[in-house]
Design a protein around this ligand. Sequence first.
Ligand code: AHG
Ligand code: MN
Ligand code: MN
Length: 320
Amino acid sequence: MAHIGMDLNRFILEEERKHPNATGSLSLALTAVETATKIIASHVGKAGLANVLGRAGGVNVQGEEVQKLDVLSNEIMIQHLSDSGQFYALASEELEEPIFPENGKDGRYVIAFDPLDGSSNIDVNVSIGTIFSIHKKITGTVEDFLQEGYKQVAAGYVLYGSSTMLVYSTGNGVNGFTLDPSVGLFLLSHPDIKIPERGKIYSLNEGNYLKWDEKLKQYINALKEKGSSSRYIGSMVADVHRTLIKGGFFAYPADEKNKNGKLRLLYEVAPMSFLVEHADGKATTGKEDTLKIKPESLHQRVPIFLGSKANIEEILSSLN
Ligand code: AHG
Ligand code: MN
Ligand code: MN
C-alpha cells in the first residue's frame, strides 16, 4: 500500500504490480523521466551560480528567445529518454521535428515534453518546470503524437519551486512526490490529489484584457465584484500546481491577436488537462474538452481553461 514517504520508484513498481499483464516498460519509461528531471533540478538549483543565465542567442521553433537552461534541459531530457530504450519517438517543444532514437526501435511509447516551462522566470528565481505526455506507439510515425489527450498512458510535471515536486498520473489518480535533496529521492508527499470542487483563485494574464472578447471581460469583472483572488506566476507548471492544490482556475484564453491562445496542445495543454481531469477537475478550450481534441500538428496551440469543476462549468455557461 502506498504511504506518505514512499519512494517514487517503489510506488511505480507497486502500480505496475496492479496490472498483471504489464511488461515493466512503462515503469522504466517513468524512471527515465524521473532521472532526467532530477538532473535538471540540480542545474536549476545552481542556475544563479553556474553562469547559465541569459539568452543562448537563438530562437526556438515557437519564435521565442531560447535561454541556456532551456537548451540544457532539452538536451538532458533527450539523452536520458533516448538512452532508456523505452521511447520509439520523442517530441520536444524546442524542436521542429520529432527524434527517433537509435535504441528506441523496440520502444512501446512516444513522449512529448516541454523541457523547461516558464522560461521567462529563470533569471528572476521564480518557479519553473518540466511537463511530459506519454502515448502508446502505434504506427511508428509522427502520427503517434497526434493522438487525443484522453489516450495518454501517463502524464505529469516536475515543479522546480521552493522544493522540487513530481506530480503524475497513469489514469489511476494523481500523486505528488517531493524531492528530498539530501538523499536524492522523490518521496510521496501528496497522495491521491483531488482538486477542490470550487475555488476563489483565478489565474490568467490580465495584461491581455483589452484583447479578450466581451463575455470573458464581463466574467472576470464579475469575479472581482465577488471578491475573488488573483494569482498569476507566468509558469504554467506553477500556476497549474497551485490550481490543483487550492482550486479555482487557470486560463490562457484566445484573444484578438492570438486566436488559439498561447499554450501548446501536445506539450502543455493535454498533459495538464489529463492531470486536472484525473484529480476530478475539468479542462476545456471554452468550446470543447481539451482531452477530446485530435491534434493536427505537433506545435498546435489551443485556448485553455482548467481547474475546479464548478468554476469551469460557470465559465462555460458565461462564455457560451
Ligand atoms: P515556455 O516557457 O515553455 O515557453 O512556456 C511559457 C508559457 C507558460 O508557462 C505560461 O503559462 C505562459 O507562457 C505565460 O505567458 P504570458 O507571459 O503571455 O502570460
Ligand atoms: Mn511551456
Ligand atoms: Mn518551454
